[in-house]
Ligand binder design. Sequence first.
Ligand code: SF4
Length: 349
Amino acid sequence: MIFSNELTHWYHKNKRSLPWRDTTDAYVIWLSEIILQQTRVEQGLPYFHRFLDRFPDVKAFAAADEDEILKLWQGLGYYSRGRNMLKTARQVADLYQGVFPVSYEQLIKLKGIGQYTAAAISSFASNEAQAVVDGNVYRVLSRFFGIDEPINAARSKKIFQELADAVLDRENPGLHNQALMEFGAMLCKPKNPDCGICPIRLSCIAYRDDKVTRLPVKLKTIKIKERYFNYFLISDGYTILMNKRGENDIWANMFDLPMLETAGRVPASDLIHMPEAKELFGDAIEVTDCWTAKKHILTHQHIYAQFIRIALPPGRAIPPKYRRVELAGLDKIAMPKIIYSFLNNLYNA
Ligand code: SF4
């Protein structure tokens, strides 16, 4: 309890004023939580406002089409989260007549809502005694209690959840959860935590044993896949050829440019002679420009992209899987950030 009291005391004095705090509207909390799982507060704020302005309640959200959600989500990455939000909203509209549920038991059954989100919404919206465990909580608990179990090992989830449950202030679970997460985000930070001014340092095992920089322990398990995307820029000055991506890869259902993926870097001059390129655009492709993009980093993949402007021979039919999009309407369609940045630089700079 001392742990919780100290944290809430610190929280009252130091918390950031954020629009999703001090509300019990489960829809607003849900919106903020999903966005914040994807990005930091400063970057997430404009997204939060954009979504809330466009969809003031969950019924309005549920009525949106996927393209619009992806467009609003553009730049946050991990687009399946955006798509899952739509599924959640539609379930809430169907099952609960558009009233966002506030109990953990109902929330956890919704598509796209996991243990953390259900605990966050139920504790913030209805003060249900559910302990949240996110990255901040893992870190604070690991350091304070000196736990060196790797936080990303399967067996650790139970250990940390039980610990979070044990220290939860059951009278004020919402406040306790907010305080613990804010404390992790602002003071007990991943790098350079402010131990010198920390109100719980005298009981902190990592601080006592000089292990702050070694906790929490994380297993290095992620294998990074390197991918090489060769994009073709085909434009007549008014329209551009674009490709709607399929369901089964990154950036599902978003728009990018006609593309050939290769196993490694291939110069544009060689690429246009590859059978796959010829099959798409014929034998007489002419390269008129070429740009190499900066490495694009996703959680499990690094994308190396080059953009090749090509001129097609007159009369060459466009492969039916591509569609012409007006340059003036580019801002209305959802694109991966790497495509958006490139086109934006090219046409709006
Ligand atoms: S003393 Fe340092 S490591 Fe321990 S809880 Fe406080 S900020 Fe975190």
